[in-house]
Write a protein that binds this ligand. Structure first.
Ligand code: FES
Length: 71
């Protein structure tokens, strides 16, 4: 199954992984709720959307064990 592409720009993209995180690729600025830019050291980062990660906002893989499902 191909992950749906939620948005794409010339310089980055966000991919919603089925039953998993959002993958953010490219030079997309990610802001925390207070507006602070999230420091990035990698071109691709996985952001938790199951709410169970212990390293939020990043995905730590917990979604697999929890049985998280997207529709
Ligand atoms: S989406 Fe992976 S831990 Fe939440």
């Amino acid at each position: 199954m191909t992950a749906p592409n939620l948005g794409r720009r010339d310089d980055g993209e966000i991919i919603a992984c089925p039953d998993g995180p959002f993958l953010v690729r490219g030079p997309v600025e990610i802001l925390l709720p207070d507006g602070t830019p999230l420091p990035r050291t990698r071109r691709t980062v996985a952001l938790c959307r199951c709410g169970l990660s212990t390293i939020k906002p990043y995905c730590d893989g917990t979604h697999k064990a929890s049985g998280f499902r997207t529709t």
